[in-house]
Design a protein around this ligand. Structure first.
Ligand SMILES: [Zn+2]
Length: 247
């Protein structure tokens, strides 16, 4: 199959709707064709973006009411005329416009926070798979801190909080918010706590706490570093731990 034959099938391929044979054909073609692979990646990322629940946004009730009223007014004005297809097209375009505008009005910060939290939770979950949690296993802060030397371009604060019930158990490198970050691993009554650390971009002292998918995520800046703390530990104890970190 050549590119022209593959292109119309890519949408169905990405959606997993192709039958076995065509799907094998597309697979085979993608292995050798960078152009089609690029198109496939673009479709996949579009699909992922659309699935992200941040994008699902219900128009405010007042806006819905206004649209209904203006549609009703149009119908009343010309009662004897049939509703032509172009009217529907216009309405569809109008609602698409409204959807795009509402998306743009959405607070960007909020969606950034949610994306960051989701990414941190994914990293946390991945770290719990066998063999992924730690690259340096040590309860000694003086062993864990130097381990990061030369691996990242900043020096994370590494403290052990065993005395407060949160022992340090190790560290590793991870990837979050489009950068390599230090991941410090702590323990609390068999709950694993991941602390992702990277240089703070802004100097905000306020901590944000989010509860998502059964996990608690705390983001806060302290001493020029950003801390993103993730665990399935309850929010109260995790906050206590977050305060220790920021001291
Ligand atoms: Zn191709």
């Amino acid at each position: 199959m050549n590119c022209h034959e593959i292109h119309p099938m890519l949408h169905a391929y990405v959606d997993g709707e192709l039958d076995l044979m065509p799907s094998i054909e597309v697979d085979r073609h993608l292995k050798t064709c960078a152009t089609c692979t690029g198109m496939k990646r673009a479709l996949e990322s579009l699909r992922a973006t659309l699935r992200n629940n941040d994008l699902a946004y219900r128009a405010p009730d007042a806006l819905r009411k206004r649209i209904r009223q203006s549609v009703a007014a149009t119908i009343e004005e010309k009662p004897q005329r049939t509703f032509r297809p172009w009217v529907w097209q216009l309405l569809a375009l109008g609602s698409l416009g409204v959807a795009i505008i509402t998306l743009m009005l959405q607070p960007a910060a909020n969606s950034y926070q949610n994306r960051l939290a989701d990414e941190a939770i994914s990293d946390h979950v991945r770290s719990l798979m066998p063999g992924h949690l730690m690259d340096v296993v040590s309860t000694d802060q003086h062993t864990v801190k130097p381990w990061f030397n030369g691996k990242i371009d900043f020096a994370p604060e590494v403290k052990d909080f065993a005395a407060q019930g949160f022992p340090l158990i190790g560290g590793r490198l991870d990837y979050l918010d489009n950068q390599t970050v230090a991941a410090l691993v702590y323990n609390r009554n068999k709950h694993t706590i991941n602390v992702f650390v990277w240089p703070a971009k802004t100097a905000t002292a306020t901590a944000t706490i989010q509860e998502r998918r059964g996990y608690t995520v705390i983001n806060r800046d302290a001493n020029g570093l950003h801390y993103c703390v993730v665990s399935d530990l309850n929010a109260k104890e995790l906050q206590e731990f977050g305060n220790l970190l920021a001291q």
